[in-house]
Design a protein around this ligand. Structure first.
Ligand SMILES: NC(=O)CC(=O)C(=O)O
Length: 258
């Protein structure tokens, strides 16, 4: 998804994409990290909202209900009391909030000659895992930098999740080297599907996102991949996928008892 400076335009554009995704047969729709705001700590207070009473939450709830889909609303800057969080909300097809994940690992990075970013100068970290069910499919939720921490994915696996979802915003320094590597690693480590959704590239933004949203199967195979620009990817995951490969099935059983 393209993300600009106009919050209302970002929200209404996201709603249109949810509708398009439904038209293409989607049952679960995922938006990128910080989809209502430019990604930058100087923007977070102005674009932040209370959850679930803010305008973005209300719009997401209505979009989930109108389109009868499960909707992972990427993330938005959340204001809660005197604190700010980077927060993802999940809505069921009736428009109810069924899960909320506050980014646990804040993105503090300083690459010489490259990206410098310090989420912790504004944001507070979340302190818990976030799991929800879509019928028999159990989903674990993380946000961007969370995906670097294999321990977190492994804790999700121990809870029996089938799918890990990461709204994200990797950048032009870390994206080319680490995005695909980490997503495929989390999938293979844990024998689960991994879906990660990154905002589209805008070369004029302060923070230039990597794009390349991706769906990976439990064998580490890339099922779907976007490029730099906005795109709508629709894929199907099913338990039968495990039976495509003999070895992972054995590994899957081992993971279950580990
Ligand atoms: N934006 C993030 O939270 C993480 C990221 O861009 C990276 O790890 O690289």
């Amino acid at each position: 998804m393209r993300i600009g400076r106009n919050k209302l335009e970002n929200i209404s554009h996201a709603l249109k994409l949810v509708c398009d995704a439904k038209q293409k047969g989607s049952y679960l729709v995922v938006l990128p990290e910080c989809f209502n705001s430019p990604y930058g700590t100087k923007y977070f207070p102005e674009y932040s909202e209370k959850i679930p009473d803010g305008e973005t939450s209300l719009a997401l709830s209505k979009a989930a209900k109108d389109n009868s889909v499960y909707l992972i609303g990427g993330s938005i800057p959340e204001k809660s009391g005197s604190k700010y969080y980077n927060t993802s909300t999940v809505w069921d097809p009736q428009g109810n909030l069924i899960c909320k994940h506050q980014k646990v690992h804040l993105f503090d990075i300083n690459i010489a000659g490259g990206v410098k970013f310090q989420e912790s100068e504004i944001l507070s970290p979340g302190d818990r895992l976030s799991v929800f069910n879509i019928g028999p499919c159990k989903v674990g939720l993380g946000i961007c930098y969370d995906l670097r921490f294999h321990e977190m994915a492994s804790l999700y696996r121990k809870q029996g999740i089938d799918l890990l979802v990461y709204p994200g915003a990797f950048n032009m320094n870390t994206g080319p080297l680490h995005w695909e590597l980490l997503l495929r690693s989390r999938a293979v480590d844990n024998q689960v599907f991994v879906a990660a959704v990154c905002g589209a590239q805008d070369k004029n933004a302060d923070y230039v996102a990597w794009g390349h949203s991706m769906l990976v199967d439990p064998w580490g195979k890339i099922m779907l991949q976007a490029e730099f620009q906005e795109d709508l990817l629709v894929g199907e995951i099913s338990e039968n996928k495990f039976y495509d490969y003999n070895l992972p099935l054995i590994f899957y059983d081992l993971c279950c008892v580990a």
